[in-house]
Design a protein around this ligand. Structure first.
Ligand code: NYM
Length: 212
């Protein structure tokens, strides 16, 4: 299939435990890229605006109960419903900074005891990120820093399991950034890695698919 990737945007994902700083670092990255004249958008999963996203949101807020596999598939469906828009934006040259993606999906569900390979299966065929940035922070520190809210999963013991599942998923291409550093230092490191990646994608690095 012929496809002109010459000016495509980069698909850049931030992952990490709850409260490690992903959301504020993601929005700063978008401002940084826009400041350099790049087209960039902030995306996040779950996207709570769709009807699937509203079911997910109710579950996270403990307003509904769902079987572990059912909620897993809803998180995945929430990525599938955005897939074609994602591809369109990337091919039009917009870089997407994505706050959580399939790795959160697999890490959080497998932390509950759902089989890891089963968790990966519905993600197969989604767009693979060009870059995964892992904001590394011990669960104890994340718990202290932000103070957990009332959402499901925001408990230290569970976050420790999620951290272990991320370890299993992690591959050598992930960029690990020490998220315990001051916010400005974390941002500087992220900016450099992200800019290099955006430029590589502009030069024609092809898009690929999960799970590769
Ligand atoms: N989460 C997020 C999952 O369990 N599976 C997924 O696929 C995704 C994308 O939802 N604790 C969990 C991780 C978070 C929670 O995310 C909500 P956020 O970034 O707090 O809105």
């Amino acid at each position: 299939r012929a496809c002109n990737n010459e000016t495509r945007g980069a698909l850049i994902v931030l992952e990490g435990l709850d409260r490690c700083g992903k959301t504020s670092q993601s929005s700063r990255l978008v401002s940084y890229l826009e400041g350099l004249g790049h087209s960039a958008e902030l995306w996040r999963f779950p996207d709570r605006n769709t009807s699937v996203g509203q079911m997910i949101s109710a579950y996270l807020l403990n307003q509904s109960e769902l079987d572990d596999r059912t909620i897993h598939l809803l998180f995945s469906a929430n990525r599938w419903e955005k897939r074609s828009m994602m591809e369109t934006k990337l091919k039009a040259g917009t870089t997407l900074i994505v706050d959580r993606y399939s790795y959160s999906g697999v890490a959080f569900s497998s932390a509950k005891g759902v089989d890891l390979e089963w968790c990966k299966a519905p993600e197969i065929g989604l767009l693979a990120p060009d870059l995964v940035l892992y904001l590394d922070m011990p669960p104890e520190e994340a718990a202290e820093r932000g103070g957990y809210g009332d959402e499901r999963y925001e408990r230290l013991e569970f976050q420790k399991k999620v951290a272990q599942c991320y370890q299993i998923l992690r591959d050598p291409s992930w960029k690990m950034v020490d998220a315990c550093q001051p916010i400005e230092d974390v941002q500087k490191q992220l900016q450099k890695i992200v800019l290099d990646n955006v430029l590589a994608c502009r030069k024609g690095k092809p898009l690929s698919l999960l799970w590769s």
